[in-house]
Design a protein around this ligand. Structure first.
Ligand SMILES: NC(=O)c1ccc[n+]([C@@H]2O[C@H](COP(=O)([O-])OP(=O)(O)OC[C@H]3O[C@@H](n4cnc5c(N)ncnc54)[C@H](OP(=O)(O)O)[C@@H]3O)[C@@H](O)[C@H]2O)c1
Length: 283
């Protein structure tokens, strides 16, 4: 039985992993922010010492992209220093780390999918803090997987898909930007990939991209949610131009998935995964 610690367990990815059917080969130990703050290295040490954890999944992060522009110190404390603390503790206690990063490490100036070796150049504070976290992990710890993912949604917490469903329920009409191109990713698909890494236990360490297949805009994503949730409401969603925000967003952040699919399997299209989750949402 492999013992696996999950940090940031009350976020949408953490909760999705919790939903994962109990496995006969993995025993998960879930820690929310209240149970274990990744900024506090002594607390981490105390939990990791003599624990016998084989893997650590770090779902803990400062994820408020807008907030990071003004609370930059907090974003770096959690996304960079927190990641460093985890890497150091994993190194001391021989735990393999699976860390989640983001498409926002890129500037979005490319017009074809980003590979894992493409030059990073974040254009907002959240992206900068997440990139610093990646760099600290690479410096501190050899047995690591850094999974860059994008546009996460799930049945839990606050996310774009749930916001659109709520707006449809309220009969609101919506103007959604067509300015960014990327790929919505279901936490269920990502959780399955994470479990695959642990199950196999022999996949080469390093950076992996993980999203669904294909790409769209936030407008296209919203339309697809409406189509699956209540097709009579698709017309209430209209395309719009730039959505003014404090944080700059990459215009294009589609991933090249070839490295990931070589060690995993063909990943769902984003439309298929949206269909699956809306079905699950409706129950
Ligand atoms: N959401 C996206 O669209 C997206 C896209 C690309 C990459 N990612 C990455 O994917 C990962 C999972 O994201 P998510 O959407 O599941 O995020 P989420 O729902 O915001 O969950 C993050 C969790 O981390 C916890 N946390 C914050 N500071 C902490 C600390 N100091 N110690 C321990 N826990 C702490 C939060 O607790 P509180 O709620 O109590 O603060 C929250 O439960 C993150 O690394 C994120 O950067 C997300």
């Amino acid at each position: 039985m492999k013992k696996v610690i999950v940090l940031g367990a009350n976020g949408q990815l953490g909760k999705t992993i919790k939903d994962y059917s109990p496995s006969e080969v993995i025993k998960f130990h879930f820690f929310s922010r209240n149970d274990l703050d990744i900024v506090n290295k002594n607390s981490l040490k105390a939990i990791f010492k003599d624990s016998g954890f084989k893997y650590c999944i770090n779902c803990a992060a400062y994820t408020d992209v807008e907030g990071a522009e003004t609370n930059t110190e907090d974003a770096f404390l959690i996304n960079a220093e927190g990641a460093k603390n985890i890497a150091e503790v994993c190194n001391t206690y021989h735990v393999k780390l699976i860390h989640i990063s983001t498409d926002y490490v890129f500037d979005g100036k490319k017009n074809k999918p980003y590979t894992v070796t493409d030059q990073t150049n974040p254009i907002n504070q959240y992206g900068k803090s997440k990139l610093q976290g990646e760099l600290f992990i690479q410096e501190q710890l050899k047995p690591h997987y850094i999974i860059r993912t994008s546009w996460l949604y799930s049945l839990h917490g606050k996310n774009f898909l749930k916001t659109i469903i709520n707006k449809i329920e309220d009969d609101a009409s919506l103007n959604i930007t067509t300015e960014q191109e990327g790929t919505p990713t279901s936490c269920i698909d990502l959780a399955d990939f994470i479990i695959h890494l642990i199950d196999k236990d022999s996949i080469p360490y390093g950076i992996y991209n993980f999203s669904a297949n294909g790409n769209t805009t936030w407008y296209g994503f919203a339309k697809e949610v409406a189509k699956n949730y209540n097709s009579k409401k698709t017309d209430s969603i209209k395309p719009s131009g730039v959505f003014k925000t404090l944080a700059k967003r990459p215009k294009y952040s589609v991933f090249d998935l070839s490295k990931t699919e070589r060690i995993y399997k063909e990943i769902n299209t984003w439309q298929k995964s949206v269909e699956n989750i809306v079905k699950a949402y409706k129950g």
